[in-house]
Design a protein around this ligand. Structure first.
Ligand code: GSH
Length: 204
């Protein structure tokens, strides 16, 4: 059985949704990041960086990083494109989300990781918010004229959903992202998404 280590409202929301969509029995293990549960000696053996998500595979070995976890789960549950070109495009989107969009969020919320100079925080945060807003527009464009990022619902949509949620949670204007907002509304219709949001105590 798969085990997911997750924290409410974190980027682990994507694999959490995908596991719930998959319909297989899995073990969800909630970590409280504010209490530092991601940095215990026991958890660091699973994820040496002390982050979520982490997935324990059927054989008990850990898998970290959304870039690996999401394609793995997607293939297991039929939420990943089979065609080689579509798969390459899916990897391209995952790379963009993980290496560009998510780090911009980190610069806003975890600025201490990027400089020791407190005086530099506001400038870094302002620039990162600006970049993040640009990325939101880019993702909005990726959804133009389509329901889902790939040909059908896939792990990409669960991943994209988080960045919209974070943007909205910061009080940024999200409704003007019309395609992205419509996708978020489609996500909210899905029973698996509803169950995960209830479990994580999140409201969109
Ligand atoms: N590149 C990693 C990022 C993981 C990550 O930064 N997770 C955050 C939550 S979104 C975390 O665990 N933060 C806890 C901490 O930094 O102490 C991935 O995509 O899996």
């Amino acid at each position: 059985m798969l085990t997911l280590f997750y924290a409410p409202g974190a980027c682990s929301l994507a694999p959490h949704i995908v596991l719930e969509e998959g319909g297989e029995k899995y073990e969800p293990k909630k970590l409280d990041l504010s209490k530092g549960e991601q940095r215990t000696a026991e958890y660091l053996k699973i994820h040496p960086l002390g982050r979520v998500p982490a997935l324990k595979l059927d054989d008990g070995t850990p898998l970290t990083e959304n870039t690996a976890i999401l394609p793995f789960l997607g293939k297991r549950f039929g939420l990943w494109p089979k065609d080689p070109v579509r798969e390459a495009r899916a990897l391209s989107a995952i790379g963009f989300f993980a290496a560009t969009v998510h780090p911009a969020n980190g610069h806003i919320g975890r600025t201490e990781r990027y400089t020791d100079e407190k005086a530099a925080f506001p400038g870094i945060q302002a620039k990162a918010k600006q970049s993040y807003a640009e990325y939101m527009k880019q993702i909005d464009g990726m959804y133009a004229g389509r329901e889902w990022l790939s040909d059908s619902y896939s792990v990409l949509d669960a991943y994209a959903f988080i960045f919209y949620f974070w943007h909205q949670r910061r009080g940024e204007p999200a409704a003007e992202l019309r395609n992205y907002t419509a996708m978020k509304d489609r996500m909210l219709q899905r029973p698996a998404v509803q169950r995960v949001l209830a479990d994580e105590g999140l409201k969109l």
